[in-house]
Design a protein around this ligand. Structure first.
Ligand code: GDD
Ligand code: MN
Length: 368
């Protein structure tokens, strides 16, 4: 029936709703997309509902869902998913923070095989206009946490995105707070995603409803998605865990290589032990690089560093940093805090491992 459903969640948007609906419809007209507009309102006490009902008289493709229970942005969007009459959804704010012109591009990217298309504020070409420093800091913190789960995605908490129905049709979403996209990425079924940059501009009229409670809910959501990924091996976050496990296994193989070569050089080649340790470490790094390149990160396509030599150099630099971190932590814990040397070394290893994984994941094997 429809090619596309544009879901607009609203709460007290009497100042914007007429304009946003009109603009989205203009996009449909211009592009020939057969689109539905689904306004999901949380029973606003202002004129929002009356205005949408009025718009419906002249626009038969406009539908309104009024919710009266379980108030919330994420819940509203999730309800929109189940009430939409097409197989492709775009979610957009009512307050013109998200440019409606991009709906066409998002739709095309879905048509060309992507299952999730995200409007990103944090990739090249994207940005944020008119945000106070406090909101920027909160948003960056939220984005950082989200990127631990989805490292290839620059803006996993964007409110502007498109998905195929199949991504969420079987998913048990537990929507709450503002970050419905993170929930979709964490619990949905998808493999191919695409980000397109846009400039977020803060609302001209009405007020934002972001509260401190939203931040707490967000932290709970991160934990929830992490636990979910352990039990659901088709989720995107599980794919990420697989990489962490493989990276760990490769790391252990590196220790074996390192000790073996060190033993050989000292025992049979009679090398000086410091030099032997250096050579053994370098060969272990080489060993780890090869296995990570062909196994741990074998599935990463569209790499920023397309040449294997560049990846090798990056891996070497990051690994050298890891060694320095390990030594530094060992020094500080034993000398300054008097901690037992084996425990100090273990802490150093764990932190260096995290450093190595996170940096190599983003730099050495990161996506363009
Ligand atoms: N149905 C419903 N229920 N809609 C709501 C609710 C609610 O409880 N709260 C907000 N909305 C609607 C607003 O009417 C608007 O259309 C949209 O959701 C965004 O609300 P804002 O209050 O303007 O959000 P913001 O500008 O602070 O937050 C934006 O940035 C976040 C990422 O930093 C939004 O784009 C969020 O979607 C996004 O997650
Ligand atoms: Mn807004």
């Amino acid at each position: 029936m429809y090619d596309l459903t544009v879901i607009i969640p609203t709460f007290k948007e009497e100042a914007n709703i007429r304009n946003i609906v009109t603009e989205v419809n203009a996009v449909f007209k211009r592009t020939g997309i057969k689109g539905e507009i689904l306004v999901v309102d949380d029973n606003s006490p202002d004129a929002t509902i009356a205005i949408v009902n009025d718009l419906k008289l002249s626009m038969p493709n406009v539908n309104l869902l009024v919710r009266t229970a379980d108030h919330g942005l994420s819940q509203s969007v999730a309800d929109g998913f189940t009430h939409a009459s097409s197989d492709t959804f775009v979610v957009i704010d009512a307050d013109f923070s998200h440019p409606p012109e991009l709906i066409q591009k998002m739709y095309e990217e879905i048509q060309s095989g992507n299952e999730v298309v995200i409007g990103s504020r944090y990739m090249e070409g994207g940005g944020i206009r008119k945000w106070p420093l406090k909101r920027r800091v909160i948003s960056l913190g939220a984005t950082f946490l989200g990127r631990l789960l989805f490292p290839d995605i620059t803006d996993p908490v964007s409110g502007f995105f498109a998905i195929r129905k199949s991504v969420v049709s079987g998913a048990q979403l537990k929507p709450r707070g503002y970050k419905i996209l993170l929930e979709v990425l964490g619990k949905g079924t998808w493999e191919k995603d695409k980000e397109i940059p846009f400039e977020f501009s803060d609302r001209e009229t009405g007020a934002s409803k972001l509260k401190i409670k939203t931040i707490i809910e967000y932290a709970q959501q991160i934990v929830d998605i992490t636990l979910y990924s352990f039990a659901h091996h088709r989720s995107a976050a599980w794919r990420e865990w697989t990489k962490v496990f493989r990276f760990g296994i490769v790391g252990i193989s590196g220790i074996v290589v390192n000790l073996g070569i060190l033993y050989f050089l000292v025992q049979y080649a009679h090398s000086e032990d410091l030099l032997a340790s250096f050579i053994a470490t370098e060969l272990a790094i080489l060993n780890n690089f090869v296995w990570n390149d062909i196994w741990t990160f074998s599935s990463s396509e569209n790499r920023e560093l397309s040449s294997r030599w560049h990846r090798l150099i990056a891996f070497n630099v990051v690994s050298a940093g890891g060694v320095a971190i390990n030594l530094g932590i060992f020094y500080v814990l034993t000398r300054w805090f008097g901690i037992y040397y084996l425990l100090a070394q273990l802490v150093g290893i764990l932190i260096a491992f995290s450093w190595n994984f996170l940096l190599n994941r983003r730099l050495t094997w990161g996506r363009k």
